[in-house]
Design a protein around this ligand. Sequence first.
Ligand code: 4AD
Ligand code: MG
Length: 433
Amino acid sequence: MRNTTYIREIEKYEGQVVTLSGWLYNMRSSGKLRFILLRDGTNVIQAIVSRNDVGDEIFNRCDLLTQESSLKITGLVVKDVRSPIGYEIQVNDLEIVHIAEEYPISPKEHGTPFLMDHRHLWLRSSLQHAILNIRHEIISACRSYFDNNGFTLIDAPIFTPAACEGTTTLFETDYFGSKAYLTQSGQLYMEAAAMAFGKVYCFGPTFRAEKSKTRRHLTEFWMIEPEMAFCDLNGDMDIAEEFLEYIVQRTLKNREAELKLLERDISKLQNVKRPFPRISYDEAVDILKKSAEGQAFEYGNDFGGGDETIISAAFDRPVMVHRYPADVKAFYMKNDPEDASKALCVDVLAPEGYGEIIGGGQREDDYAVLLDKIKKHNLPVEAFDWYLDIRKYGSVPHAGFGLGIERSVAWICGLQHIRETIPFPRLMHRLQP
Ligand code: 4AD
Ligand code: MG
C-alpha cells in the first residue's frame, strides 16, 4: 500500500476522481449532506457527502466518525472559489480506517502545560503544523546556502571528551567507566575539518545543561556551524549576513501561507537585507546606557536577554555586535591585536527582541597563546592535545559561527517562546513526551 494523491497537489486532479487518505479535522451536518474537513498532513480539503449520491450505507458511516478518525475518501475534484485551497471533493465512497477515541485536544483553549504533555498530538494542529513547516524550510535553506557556496558537510561527534562552551552547562554521561559529555558545539571539530577541506559546516543537535528557565533556552537544540580557513572576523561577518538574508528571504518566498496563518508581520522580515549594521561592544553599551532600563548595565559584563532586546530595538534588521570583552567569552577566541582586552568575536542579535541567534568569530591560531588560554580557563590540557595540533601543522587565520535553529524559527515565526519551535522540546523540567 502506498498513498499517492495528496491535497497539496489537488489542482493537478481537477475533473478527476481521486482517493485521499487522512484524518477527520472537523465535520458539519446539514440534512442529507455532510461536510467533512479532511486533513492529510499536506493540507485540509472539504469533502461533501450527499445521501442522494452515495446511498444510505456509505452516508451513515459519516456519523460514526469522530475527530481525528482516519479514513479514505474517493470522489470528484471540483473547483470551488469559496474554498481556501480552491477545490473541494464530491464524495462517491468513504472507507473508515480507524475510529478515534475522544480526542483530548479540542478547539477550546488549553493551557501550555497540557498542550506540551500532548505534544505528540498537538503537532497535528494548524499553527504547530505551520511552525514546523517553516522550521523545515529554514533548515533546508541553511543547508542549501552552504551546499551552494562551496562548503563541505562534515559531521561532528555527539559524545565529546571536553567542554567547548564552558564547563557549567555540560551534560555528563558514563562512557564505559570514564566520563563523556554531550556536545555543546561542533566547532572544535570544524576547525580541524576546515584545515582539511577549506570551508566546512556541521549541523546537528547540541546540548547545554541550562538551568535557566527562559523563553530562549532549550537543553537540546540544533545548531548549524560553518568554519572557514583563511578567514578573519570581517569575512566571518560577511558570510553571516549573506547567509541570514538568504534564509529569511527564501522563507518569505516559499512559506507565505504559513507566515500568514501565524499572523506574522511580514514587513519586518522584508527588511532583512544586507548590509546589516556592525557595531562594537562599546557602541552597544552606549546604546544601553542611553535607555532607561539599560542604565544600570555594568561595562565589561556580557549582555543578558533584556540588554539584547534594548540594543536590537535600535535597528530594523539584525545587528552584528563585535569585539566583546575577552573575559566574558570562550577560551578559543582570538584577541583583538588593537586591544588585547577584546575578543575578535561577533554575536548577531535578531530584531524585535529575539536576542542572539548567531555567535561566532575568529579563532586563536597561535599555539602558545591558545595553550595559555586553555590553562587559564582551567580546562584539561590533555583533552585538547588534538585541538592544539591544528596550530602546529600549517596554522592559518580561521573563523566561523553557529546559528541556533530554534531561536531563528522563533524570530521568523514571531513566537513568544522557543518551546514551540522544535518538534519535541527538551527543557529543564520537560523530558516528556
Ligand atoms: O553563542 P554560542 O554558544 O556559540 C557556539 O556554540 C560557538 N561554538 C558556535 C561557533 O562559533 N561554531 O551558540 C550559538 C548559538 C546562539 O547564538 C543561539 O542561537 C544558540 O546557539 N543557542 C541556543 N539555542 C537554544 N537554547 C540554548 N540553550 C542555546 N544556547 C545557544
Ligand atoms: Mg553566544
